[in-house]
Ligand binder design. Structure first.
Ligand code: ATP
Length: 279
């Protein structure tokens, strides 16, 4: 397998083919996320976004290609060791433990580092999470299952941040949230990105993602079919096809859906939020 070398906090995915056992889902994917970037992976239901993210974090079967992060070869290593390498994932559906407290869910996120950090350091990490998401601080002793959907998404992000990642990978953070909460979650992610966190997010909600991501990749049929800024993706056939859920040899999509796609892309603003990151 090829081993690419980088030592600058960059994620490099090269020729990645992955799936589950004999089932191949992701084919020959090349993807790069530079340190400090906010990159979005767009695609309709079932195109392989989750599988690609799972392959990156060591949770799917890789049959070809490589994943390197910060110059370290991660292909084929366990998800636990991927976390130690500086990556954290917020899975689709959040993966919270609903019958334990907010605080205890956050502590679960620190497990990869428990032996390395003192309790004072863990407590200071938790305070940072409460500064970023004050509502979690107010509700720290409540059961996670009693939080609203938006608060649960914040908790899932907070739990991932407890492992002090340099790259945060999120799968469909808008899932099940009302539009205002989706906006809030993406604003929170943009703020974390301004603070230097590198972000890779898979989303079906193109409008929400394109508003804040500085670069996006469109996925279809297990492959990356288009890449660009929100501006450059405007009116792209691939993005319109994604809104339709199918790609029919270049035929025009339904006009109402095409309109909402253009609206979504037009509402997005190319990011201005990147100053201060360490490229
Ligand atoms: P969604 O937005 O619905 O999560 P996605 O783009 O993330 O879609 P995946 O979840 O990666 O897509 O699924 C891609 C394909 O892989 C689907 O056909 C799905 O049925 C299949 N798949 C997912 N998980 C498994 C699994 N554990 N074993 C076998 N096939 C799977």
């Amino acid at each position: 397998m090829p081993i690419s070398v980088s030592d600058d906090g960059r994620l490099d995915v090269t020729g990645l083919t992955a799936g589950y056992g004999q089932v191949t889902v992701v084919r020959d994917v090349n993807l790069r996320v530079d340190r400090g970037e906010f990159v979005c992976l767009l695609g309709a239901n079932g195109v392989g976004k989750t599988t690609l993210l799972r392959a990156i974090v060591g949770d799917a079967d890789v049959s070809n290609g490589s994943v390197t992060f910060d110059g370290r070869q991660l292909t084929g290593i366990s998800s636990h060791r991927v976390t130690r390498a500086g990556m954290a994932i917020v899975p689709e559906g959040r993966g919270l433990v609903s019958d334990i407290s907010v605080r205890d869910n956050l502590l679960l996120g620190s497990i990869p580092w428990n032996r390395k950090y003192s309790s004072a350091e863990l407590s200071s990490s938790m305070d940072e999470i409460f500064d970023r998401f004050p509502i979690l601080g107010q509700r720290r002793y409540q059961l996670a299952g009693h939080l609203s959907g938006g608060e649960q998404q914040m908790l899932a992000i907070g739990r991932a941040l407890m492992s002090r990642p340099r790259l945060l990978v999120l799968d469909e953070p808008s899932l099940g949230l009302a539009p205002l909460l989706v906006r809030q979650v993406f604003d929170d992610l943009a703020a974390a990105n301004r603070d230097g966190l590198t972000i890779l997010v898979a989303e079906q909600n193109a409008a929400a993602a394109l508003r804040v991501a500085e670069r996006s990749l469109v996925m279809a049929g297990g492959r990356i079919v288009r890449e660009g800024t929100a501006d450059s993706l405007r009116d792209s056939h691939e993005l319109r096809a994604m809104f339709l859920g199918t790609s029919k040899n270049g035929s025009e999509p339904d006009s109402a859906i095409a309109g909402s796609c253009s609206d979504a892309v037009n509402q997005s603003t190319p990011t201005q939020h990147h100053e201060g990151n360490h490229k």
